[in-house]
Design a protein around this ligand. Structure first.
Ligand code: SAH
Length: 229
């Protein structure tokens, strides 16, 4: 059974037909914008995005908008989440590394699609908050890690897929090395406010191919960690 149906007794973590209806509309909107993977659209319809937002934004949770979360970070636009997820071509059982846990929404979308998810966050306040939230809403199978995503998670490598959810100015070489042969990494890259979505595919031990998929806007992929006092 999908755990997020569990009732935690807290008002914010209750799902309803109203929310489900809003998610149906959101999925329709994403489809019109070019998201064609039915598996991705299904995940968008199932994961209650309002669980991941500050209560001030609950009413707007199913708008195609980014929202602020703790530590001056953001939960990405649903379109961006859907687009990156679609590019990854997730297969059930894929081992995935996410860089930038943030609210945990993207990690839950991947987990719902049957991936085994490892997710790294460099902001301790976000790591603490999201690590508590995920088991509470039924996603205890997601492994959250506190650290610098530039290092990846060598203990758990190789990964079938890697998703970077912050804008990078350089290619993180250590992440490429942690990709399985045949694996894919999706990463927004660029030096300005906007980044180009790039997919690296590992063709062999030493060869990678790249494809580009348009411009997006992410918070920056920063080095090191930010510990809370
Ligand atoms: N995937 C998130 C999006 C969060 S925004 C979600 O679904 O909500 C991007 C996140 O990347 C931020 O939380 C930011 O703190 C984090 N981040 C930036 N640089 C990082 C790094 N080097 N290692 C790990 N996380 C990083």
């Amino acid at each position: 059974m999908i755990g997020f149906r569990k009732n935690t007794g807290e008002r914010q973590y209750q799902d309803s037909y109203y929310h489900k209806g809003k998610r149906q509309l959101l999925a329709k909107q994403l489809e019109q914008k070019g998201i064609h993977s039915q598996k991705v659209l299904e995940a968008i319809k199932m994961i209650p995005r309002h669980y991941f937002l500050d209560s001030a934004f609950m009413e707007l949770a199913y708008d195609n908008r980014a929202f602020p979360i703790e530590a001056a970070q953001t939960i990405s636009h649903p379109y961006t989440v859907a687009f990156q997820t679609q590019l990854l071509e997730i297969l059930p059982g894929d081992k995935i590394l996410e860089i930038g846990t943030g609210s945990g929404y993207q990690a839950c979308v991947l987990s719902y699609m049957g991936a085994k998810v490892y997710s790294i966050e460099r902001q301790q306040v976000l790591f603490d908050k999201t690590s508590k939230l995920l088991p509470k809403i039924g996603f205890r199978q997601i492994r959250t890690l506190f650290g610098d995503g530039y290092e990846g998670a060598p203990r758990f490598a190789p990964f079938d897929k890697i998703i970077v959810t912050a804008g990078a100015t350089e290619v993180p070489k250590k992440l490429l090395r942690q990709l399985a042969i045949g694996g894919k990494m999706v990463i927004p890259m660029g030096c300005n406010e906007e980044q180009e979505m790039i997919v690296y595919t590992r063709m062999s031990q030493s060869e990678f191919s790249t494809s580009n998929f348009g411009m997006f806007s992410f918070v920056p992929f920063l080095k090191g960690v930010n510990k809370s006092n």
